[in-house]
Design a protein around this ligand. Structure first.
Ligand code: HEM
Length: 427
């Protein structure tokens, strides 16, 4: 594959390489990318304490909206040992993660990552988690879903704008490479963990359009080139996202950490693109007022730095159900997504997936406690609106007709100082 290949063909190629993840894919991918990868820190202790502090290290658009790294890998890990981990296990994990810190600049051009631990992991200890950590096991969050629960011990989430970086780091951690960006890998993570599942993701202009030839997307190739997501609109406007400060656990031994819910949603977009016209899609994703007032153009970039949801739009969901016969996804979710001071509660970081040639969304959400996520998701279910004649549980009710939750997992993303197999109640 010639190094000078550029544009669509090259992008298509690297995306396929991340999904495949094999050695041939990696070397082909490395040959493709001439630019050197910026290196990391000499002293891994210099890396910030908040593993979830990504925003000042990745790109933003002209409106200050954070642009998530385009290529992502989620490694679901199970500890090989039964019972609680040993100091030697911890040293292995710390060594593997320190290799990444030395190898890659912590940025979208290098590698940004975090590791989180599940409630099932913390069951390994006699002590329970401190009260300052709200981390229940994953559960069903609507009567109309039947997800598998991700109860593996840990989730390592890798992200970069460079597919070759994500792949190389992934393989180094899995013991398939002895160097990462030139840095020797002393101990792979797989010395203590087994990889229970490996899921890949992508987000950003061009990628969903390129990858739309999968189950769940109609053959008419409806996903616009400019769209960062399969449903054809931007998401994650600055004004509708919690800040990293806000989602940070404030007290107790895990102060500086956060909680992360990660769901996987299968998408079936035949009717989304086949039966709904553009204003109807805007109404179902944002609100009927957005559609009636023509607030959204194209993929919604014209909205700027917030989605245009006003307090009135959020409060009047029920009135909209009666007046317009449908309600919007964002307006419904927003009902529970503000605290009493008006702060946004969730920091959403979702990306698309075509693993298994199926259109799906990985939905990581960060919040101070998992309860906040559960409350917002329940508000998004709109079950309280189904007494309105036009609204059914999955019809005219935001985007519920098109998304199907297949997996849910909850994780504590500890501060860096506890990132290597933490005790449930560290001193
Ligand atoms: C394919 C799936 C999804 C798509 C395409 C999608 C897209 C969007 C879009 C375009 C917006 C409005 C712009 C913005 O504020 O970002 C939005 C808002 C939002 N979505 Fe989703 N979303 C999806 C799934 C979910 C899920 C599973 C949740 C879980 C709770 C969720 C929670 C929210 C929240 C909390 C807001 C912000 C509302 C506010 O302003 O407070 N979304 N989403």
């Amino acid at each position: 594959m010639p190094a000078e290949r550029s544009g669509l063909g090259r992008r298509q190629f690297v995306k396929a390489a991340v999904a495949a993840g094999g050695a041939a894919a990696l070397s082909a991918c490395l040959e493709q990318t001439a630019e050197p990868v910026p290196t990391g820190v000499e002293d891994p202790g210099a890396v910030p304490d908040r593993q979830h502090a990504w925003n000042d290290r990745i790109r933003t658009d002209d409106h200050g909206n954070v642009q998530l790294p385009r290529h992502q890998v989620f490694l679901y890990l199970t500890l090989d040992r039964t019972g609680s981990p040993t100091e030697a296990d911890r040293a292995t994990v710390e060594s593997a993660l320190s290799t990444l810190d030395r190898a890659y600049e912590r940025s979208n051009d290098g590698l940004i990552y975090s590791v989180g631990y599940s409630p099932a992991y913390f069951e390994r200890f006699d002590a329970s988690l401190p009260e300052s950590v709200d981390l229940p096991p994953p559960r069903r969050l609507s009567p109309f879903e039947d997800p598998a629960f991700d109860t593996q011990d840990a989730l390592l989430h890798l992200a970069s704008d460079r597919a070759d970086v994500v792949l190389e780091a992934d393989r180094a951690l899995r013991g398939e490479r002895d160097r990462a960006n030139g840095v020797a890998v002393e101990t792979p993570l797989t010395d203590v963990f087994s990889v229970a599942d490996r899921r890949t993701g992508f987000v950003g202009e061009g990628l969903p359009a390129e990858k739309q030839d999968v189950d769940g997307i109609p053959d008419s190739k409806p996903v616009p080139e400019a769209a960062p997501l399969f449903m054809g609109f931007e998401a994650g406007f600055r004004g509708n996202q919690a800040t990293e400060d806000y989602v940070t656990i404030e007290s107790g031994p895990f102060a500086g950490g956060t909680t992360k819910h990660v769901s996987r949603l299968r998408q079936r977009l035949d009717d989304w693109y086949g039966e709904q016209n553009f204003p109807q899609r805007v109404a179902e994703l944002f609100s009927p007022v957005h559609a009636e007032d023509g607030l959204v153009e194209g993929i919604g970039e014209n909205l700027g730095s917030d989605s245009g949801l006003t307090p009135a739009i959020i409060e009047n969901v029920r009135e909209h159900a009666g007046e317009f016969g449908r309600v919007g996804h964002a307006q419904k979710a927003a009902r529970a997504n503000r605290d009493s001071d008006g702060n946004v509660r969730l920091l959403r970081r979702h990306c698309e997936s075509t693993d298994g040639d199926v259109a799906a969304l990985h939905f990581p959400s960060l919040q101070r406690g998992i309860t906040a996520f559960e409350e917002v998701r329940q508000s998004m279910n709109g079950a309280d609106l189904t007494d309105e004649p036009a609204i059914r549980q999955r019809v005219n009710n935001g985007i519920l007709e098109y998304i199907f939750t297949t997996h849910r997992g909850n994780f504590l993303v500890p501060p860096r100082r506890h990132r290597a197999l933490p005790d449930a109640h560290p001193a």
